[in-house]
Design a protein around this ligand. Sequence first.
Ligand code: TXA
Ligand code: MG
Length: 329
Amino acid sequence: MTMKAIHQTPIQQAVAFLRAGELVALPTETVYGLGAHARQPEALTKIFLAKGRPFSHPLIVHLASTAQLSDWARELPPEVDVLAKAFWPGPLTLILKKRPEVSTLLTGGQDTVGLRLPAHPVAQALLRAFGDGIAAPSANRFTHLSPTTAQAVREELGSKVACILEGGVCEVGLESTILDLSREQPVILRPGMISAEQLEQALKKPLLFSQQSAPRVPGMDPVHYAPETRLNLVATDDLEGFLNTLTAADLPLAFLVRRQPSIQPEGVHCLMMSEEPRQYAHDLYLTLRRLDQQGFKQIAVEAAPESREWEAIRDRLAKAAGRSRSSSA
Ligand code: TXA
Ligand code: MG
């Protein structure tokens, strides 16, 4: 294939690759995505193969404008307009009933499709120049942490993509909130930094939370969003108790805390995390990914507060810890 880069901007190159059925990594405000032409089944297949992801896990379609929603969804319930005005472009994905021609490769065989208008200027420029939907899961190998820098994408999937668009560190740092509007009542399938409370305020009604553990529910596999290093959660009032139980086999250990423990045994590397959920979310995957490369025997994390604005962080921490339990068993 001759795809000369001369006189082309990175966005133009990326559009040419997408049209040719290649994979393109793109920054979004949540995490980096592994993008493909959402109407090309062969390109979609490449996403699953590159990630090592089961074909039953559906992909999100990214769009430049709300005018494109009806190209993908066969029904737009009134909530869509309200939520689009309040939160798009931004870190919210809506699940809607799909149009018949939308590939079931994209939807994991389901009758619904996930749609999102991202806010990152590079993602927007790419989507506008491309003019159609870009399917993009997080640009990590299956079960790994989502990447929040271009460098992290290079480490995860560098050899599998035609190009990686540089977009700096992702501002939000956690994957989008997913709200299913295809059922009788709206259901949150994955919490994110747009909180249930914000969605309820916009919709003026309470939301349901998904309880089921079918594969369609994002991140419900026990091995999701996890670092390689064993990860343990520690209650805030037990930081010292936990440190006192450590043995040589646990060291060196990295400890992500929001308050400094009163003791600091040798071999324990304490890292102060933010007290503020937005900053904490922004830093979490960056920090875990960095620590994962530093040869610690274990990463311990002070549990997040119980309040609603920490919900997405609690969710991702629980999943990261769940992976560790099963892999150490
Ligand atoms: O922030 C994000 O959402 C990032 C950026 C790149 O946009 N994307 C992302 O994609 O996190 P992914 O594939 O890693 O996670 C999307 C989740 C999947 O776990 C999938 O189960 C769920 O969205 N999903 C997509 N379409 C769905 C559908 N039709 N029904 C139910 N869940 C769906
Ligand atoms: Mg993912």
